[in-house]
Design a protein around this ligand. Structure first.
Ligand code: MOS
Length: 695
């Protein structure tokens, strides 16, 4: 056997489930079909606000194969849920268009669909309002933004300092609603065996699904198994339990057969969350040399009438640049809209689009190179908290990116580079994302054949979680990677937090590392051959893997973009995208690169094509499928590169890693917008940068 590498951490190990995925043998939530499985179809409300006044299910029930019609009049009563979006079919109120008002269960998907079409529901419509405005009379300051960040923070007197500043930027920006649209729409297959429930669900965290179902169905968690073996993306839309899990379980119990519910992509915009639109006012004030004296970022966003969710877009301004005076504030307007929720880099993605675009405006106002402006405002400690950074290599990312991109010697003048009908330009923006971590448990077993088995309810949403956790274990046990197997994706395994907040690998890996340490101790103490079942050790990082730290912990990065703008059509093409990251230790060079370029690709979509609109008359999202909501395709991404600098940070976790799942989207849209300005001289302050806005 060839000698094992010194450590498998950092090596570009191929993902373990890759072959199963590309050959179609990996099974997703809707691909588990128990014997006698029935199929459900959910029925969305067709009014924007109001209530159900009558239900006539006779035609639906007479469709051959239809087994049941569940409506607020007939559905079983549910127990408690923290999340009001899960209390489905419990009353006649319709809080927004697309809210589920019924579920039809049938022998086949076709019959369920036909039954849903035959169902007659009458409503009393009430006036609705789906348009967010910063001067909306219902706008209020919430207690917190999401993730527990305070809604407002003030240091010094930002407006007064801004008013006195030598250079001033004062700009209004806006980011439209955005939809997560994972490749695999949300789906669940539920099966009851007596009072035991088994649910295959497309989720980023099965433990939270199990907990929610236990409350809603008033049953002990031990009687529920939630399996999320393979998950076709989520981006936050599967970060919390979603309606399909509740409805599939409800229907299966009601009809006494297993039930599968796969949501149609067209339904997702109303029921699985979206990135709320954000309206920004940003004011930057600087001395003549570019030193910031005031950073003032105000955000207005919307939430639904049934649930408060505040896109925390002013939060990154508390982290990024030094300034004596600062104000960051969020306001939220409850509207008759679907409940917004997590979407990749919630807060950071729109917030850094605005801050980094405004920094480009300030660079132009001060005549400084955009990189030099950022370097001059590099803080010695986290501006808002005053804590020292555990590590911060933003300047190194900017410099390394500049070197690789060929930034030096760039002519700053906008609108002067012409290549036939094309105007070309380049832009840069910084990126940041916090280091998050949650407690987890894990088990590791040594088997008599010399192999090891890691068991943990981690979730692979396409990131390669199985692979990197095997690397963590192989490193901790000092054994070759191919000796380690991993079992993930079921609540029957040791409990673990979700794949979200770029915290999965840190949280799970910490527990795996700790279990491996305990196992090594047990093995050292063990005398003789291992028993047939092997020797196991478990670990729980509660009280250890803590988000509280004496240090401000964040990943940083720099994004560079080159664009070509067609002067006839105003079409923007991104000819080059480059990201350089400082994110602690990179644990798998291959899957990390995939995450970075995936995030950058999503940022490219955010910049150029993605965007949703709420139709004021219908109270609905106008873009609800991939024909209308344009995500980037291969032809949109010609040259995209991700690099990182090695970062040693002893204040993170035993692997020394920071999260990497979200930072790729942060800053990419600003880099592209700044490049469009450099190419054309036009400063657009509303995303996406579509030709109609640029013409
Ligand atoms: Mo991510 S928005 O934390 O799933």
């Amino acid at each position: 056997m060839p000698p094992a590498p010194a450590t498998p951490l950092g090596t570009p190990a191929p993902r373990r489930e890759g072959r199963a995925k590309v050959t179609g043998t990996a099974r997703y939530a809707s691909e588990h079909t128990p014997a006698d499985c029935a199929y459900a179809r959910a029925v969305p409300a067709t009014i924007a606000r109001g209530r159900i006044t009558a239900v006539d299910d006779s035609a639906a029930l007479s469709v051959p194969g239809v087994l049941a019609v569940l409506t607020p009049r007939s559905a079983p009563k549910l127990g408690d849920a923290d999340d009001p979006t899960l209390r489905l079919l419990q009353d006649d109120d319709v809080p927004h268009r697309g809210w589920y008002v019924a579920l039809v269960v049938a022998d086949t998907p076709e019959a369920a669909r036909e039954g849903a079409a035959a169902l007659r529901i009458e409503y009393e419509a009430a006036p609705h309002d789906v348009t967010v405005r910063s001067d909306h009379p219902d706008a209020y300051t919430p207690d917190n933004a999401n993730g527990g960040a305070p809604a407002c923070r003030e240091r010094g007197d930002a407006p007064a300092a801004w008013a006195r500043a030598a250079h001033r930027v004062d700009a209004a920006y806006s980011v439209p609603p955005l939809h997560n649209h994972p490749m695999e729409p949300h789906a669940s297959t539920a099966r009851w065996d007596g009072d035991r429930l088994t649910l295959h669900d497309s989720s980023q965290g099965a433990n939270a699904v199990r907990e929610a179902l236990a409350g809603l169905f008033d049953m002990p968690e031990e009687n529920i198994t939630v399996v999320a073996e393979h998950v076709g993306g989520g981006f936050g839309s599967k970060g919390t339990p979603r309606p399909q899990a509740v409805l599939a379980a409800m229907a299966a119990r009601h009809v006494g057969r297993p039930v599968k519910l796969a949501l149609s992509r067209r339904e997702l915009a109303a029921v699985v969350g979206h990135r709320a639109p954000t309206l920004h006012r940003i004011r930057l004030g600087a001395e003549t040399d570019g030193t910031l004296v005031s950073v003032d970022h105000e955000v207005t966003t919307h939430t639904s009438r049934i649930k408060e969710f505040v896109e925390q877009a002013a939060v990154p301004a508390r982290v990024m640049y030094g300034s004596a005076h600062s104000r960051t504030a969020h306001r939220v307007v409850p509207l008759d809209v679907p409940s917004p929720s997590w979407m990749r880099a919630p807060g950071e993605a729109p917030g850094m689009y605005v801050l980094e675009s405004a920094m480009d405006e300030l660079a132009e106002a001060t005549g400084l190179d955009p990189i030099e402006l950022r370097v001059r405002n590099e803080p010695g400690h986290e501006p808002d908290s005053g804590k020292p950074f555990s590590s911060r290599h933003l300047v190194e990312c900017l410099r390394e990116g500049a070197r690789r991109f060929g930034w030096d010697g760039r002519d700053p003048r906008p609108g002067v580079r012409r290549d036939g009908a094309l105007l070309t330009g380049t832009g840069v923006a910084a990126a940041t994302y916090p280091v998050l971590v949650s407690p987890s448990t894990a088990a590791v077993r040594a088997l008599p054949d010399g192999s090891y088995l890691v068991r943990i309810n981690a979730t692979d949403i396409g990131t390669g979680a199985r692979t990197v956790l095997a690397q963590v274990a192989a490193d901790a046990l000092a054994v070759p990677l191919d000796r380690v197997r991993t079992e993930i994706g079921s609540t029957d395994l040791p409990a673990a937090p979700l794949a979200g907040g770029s915290s999965g690998t840190a949280s799970w890996g910490w527990a795996v590392h700790k279990a491996c340490g305990a196992l090594a101790g047990r093995l050292a103490a063990h005398d003789g051959d291992l028993p047939a079942e092997g020797l196991e050790a478990t670990a729980d990082t509660a009280g250890t893997a803590d988000e509280e730290s004496a240090y401000a912990r964040h990943a940083f990065g720099a994004h560079f973009a080159e664009v070509r703008v067609d002067t006839a059509t105003a079409e923007v093409r991104v000819s080059r995208l480059l990201g350089v990251y400082a994110a602690g230790r990179i644990l798998n060079a291959r899957t990390a690169r995939s995450q970075f370029i995936g995030g950058m690709t999503m940022g490219l979509g955010m910049a150029l094509t993605e965007g949703s609109t709420l139709d004021p008359a219908f109270g609905d999202f106008a873009e609800r499928d991939l024909a209308a909501y344009h995500v980037p395709c291969h032809a949109d991404v010609t040259d995209i590169e991700a690099h990182w600098i090695d970062e040693e940070d002893a204040h993170l976790n035993p692997m020394g890693s920071k999260g990497i799942g979200e930072i790729g989207i942060v800053g990419t849209a600003a880099a592209i917008g700044n490049a469009v300005h450099h190419a054309t001289g036009i400063r657009l302050r509303e995303l996406p940068l579509t030709p109609d806005r640029l013409l």
